[in-house]
Design a binder for this molecule. Structure first.
Ligand SMILES: Nc1ncnc2c1ncn2[C@@H]1O[C@H](COP(=O)(O)OP(=O)(O)OP(=O)(O)O)[C@@H](O)[C@H]1O
Length: 558
């Protein structure tokens, strides 16, 4: 397991996101450490004066107040240190989450398709939450583990050399022991994380495929499988807890043993009269405090392991390739004259060739139709044009109407995908997704062109109808027309459509074909289709076979 410090998401970078709260947490921890030691020195002094030097209660008033003040100060400082640490942890987690969402957007829908969805959801939710205790508890307790024991040792060395030796020898045993236990625990925690990812992924798949499972009478089998996964996860969780219990028992044993050894040494020396009460009492008060940060550190050690497991998952998202980011609607775009692909090849993550040496041009005022058998590579080609897929070699060049080269992200693109995406909101919200400022008249024209206006107007709430989750209440054909209207409303320079007529009846398909034929004016229109009537409308016909461009013709015959 790679350490959190060595990963691309370095500890230093993450700490910087909340450096002020961190510094505050460590400083306040240090203040509380000083107050504890001062409190015990004053207490030992006061009790020794009262019992062994027969001092009056009145003469110890100042010491008494000091003890109370140091006690209050150390309690407040410790509380404030915890709060600052937690604040730092939460702040880092929030900024990391924001970063990861931005990263996923930059990556585009194709690259993260290869990451199991259950694992990704886990990473973005529990994975990031697992980092909070690491920053809130582990790091501050690691700092305290250095500050407080050294401070106590410095005080004890001036009081009693034997106690100093016992504390100096037994203290480091605890972190050394934890390192051994931690190594074994990390393996179990990685296993637990892996099982949780499989469990959530399988559960999600089962929910999505429930209709099919029920139809084939396999819902019960699927439930049994989920039950088996849950049971394995439960067992691993119990193992993790077992390790945690054993660890804390051994920790208690070590620290209690060390305190007992010191107590015995002082007891015998007190009886022999070779040590005074004040020193003995002070060392016995300080000994548990000496072990406390070591115990806290060791107890929060599992936070480090959880964080390590999470960071491995986070790295997978960070390592996804970055693609171009597009601006929202821009009023005055460079009008696109030509989109040119030169020797484009694309490989899958596994190294399989998806497209090979594609060279072609897509021109303004022309309808380019891409045909080919199912699985030939048509959608892959459209994904390259959309900037969703990184190319392994070749270039994508875009020229404006003044024949100057412009950046691909400067094209105003619109896309009608095979699977229509509807976002939570009204029909109007969905249509205006690519052009928020659209007027109702513009929306109606786009809906009319996409052949969906009369359907929308018949709905009781018209354009204000809520689409529900993923637009489930609409048919596949209706969704497709919503998405086409959305694309047309954006008034794109380049319009890309993937199977725009699939799922439509003959009448609607013909209307969409007519819309596509007429909307090519002043823009580049590219359509992948199996529909012969639509393909026959081509100005340029491209045929793809097994990832290669096998035929390219003007007004090609289908
Ligand atoms: N991201 C990816 N990783 C691995 N393989 C991929 C990826 N995208 C596409 N493929 C594979 O590339 C091939 C072409 O897929 P593509 O979706 O481009 O076909 P298509 O011509 O659009 O087919 P259809 O007409 O059925 O939609 C398929 O074998 C597909 O499994």
């Amino acid at each position: 397991m790679q350490d959190i410090q060595k990963s691309g998401l370095s500890l230093k970078d993450l700490l910087k996101r909340s450096s002020i709260w961190f510094a505050l947490s460590v400083i306040l921890g240090g203040v509380s450490a000083i107050c504890i030691v001062l409190q015990f020195i004053t207490l030992a002094h006061m009790i020794d004066n009262l019992i062994f030097h027969h001092a009056s209660l009145d003469s110890q008033k100042l010491n008494f107040f000091l003890v109370i003040i140091f006690f209050l100060l150390q309690t407040i400082a410790r509380l404030a240190s915890d709060l600052a640490g937690t604040k730092a942890g939460i702040q880092i987690a929030a900024s990391l989450r924001k970063d990861l969402y931005a990263r996923l957007q930059l990556t585009g829908p194709i690259s993260y398709k290869n990451l199991p969805i259950g694992e990704m959801v886990n990473t973005l939710t529990e994975g990031i939450d697992n980092l909070i205790p690491y920053f809130a508890r582990y790091i501050p307790s690691a700092a305290m583990m250095v500050i407080l024991p050294i401070f106590i040792l410095a005080v004890v060395v001036g009081v009693d050399i034997w106690s100093f030796i016992v504390l100096a020898i037994t203290g480091p045993l605890i972190p050394v022991f934890m390192a051994f236990v931690g190594y074994a625990a990390q393996v179990i925690m990685d296993k637990q994380w892996h099982q949780l990812s499989i469990l959530s992924g399988s559960f999600l798949d089962m929910l999505k495929g429930l209709k099919t499972l029920r139809l084939f009478g396999r819902a019960q089998d699927s439930l049994a499988y989920i039950e088996k996964l849950s049971d394995e996860y439960r067992k691993t969780t119990l193992s993790v807890m077992k390790v945690a219990f054993i660890t804390s028992a051994v920790l208690e044993f070590f620290s209690s043993l060390s305190i007992a050894v010191i107590a015995v040494i002082f007891g015998t020396r007190l009886l022999a009269g070779t040590v005074d009460f004040r020193s003995a009492f002070l060392v016995l008060l300080l000994a548990p405090e000496y072990f406390m940060p070591l115990r806290n550190f060791s107890a929060s050690y599992h936070a480090r392991q959880n964080a390590n497991a999470a960071i491995e998952q986070l790295k997978k998202i960070y390592e996804l390739p970055k693609l171009i980011s597009r601006p929202a609607y821009v009023e005055n775009t460079n009008l696109v004259q030509e989109v040119k692909l030169q020797d484009i090849s694309v490989q899958s993550v596994e190294g399989q060739a998806l497209l090979q040496q594609i060279t072609c041009s897509f021109l303004r005022d022309q309808l380019t139709i891409v045909i080919g058998k199912s699985g030939a590579g048509k959608t892959t080609l459209l994904n390259v044009l959309l900037g969703f897929l990184p190319v392994s070699c070749g270039t994508l060049e875009v020229f404006n109407t003044s024949h100057q080269e412009i950046k691909p992200e400067e094209m105003r693109l619109a896309w009608v995908p095979q699977k229509a995406l509807m976002v939570f909101g009204t029909i109007k919200d969905n249509l205006c997704l690519g052009y928020e400022q659209a007027s109702l008249d513009q929306i109606k024209i786009a809906a009319q062109q996409a052949g969906i206006l009369s359907f929308i107007e018949q709905l009781p709430q018209g354009f204000d109808t809520h689409v529900g989750e993923g637009g489930k209440q609409f048919s596949g054909g209706q969704l497709r027309r919503f998405v086409l209207a959305r694309a047309l409303l954006r008034n794109p320079d380049v319009l890309i459509l993937d199977e725009p007529t699939s799922g439509l009846d003959q009448e609607n398909a013909l209307q969409i074909i007519e819309t596509i034929r007429t909307c090519k004016q002043d823009r580049v229109v590219i359509v992948a289709t199996h529909n012969k009537e639509l393909a026959a409308q081509n100005d340029v016909l491209l045929e793809i076979d097994q990832g290669r461009l096998v035929n390219q013709s003007a007004k090609g015959e289908v």
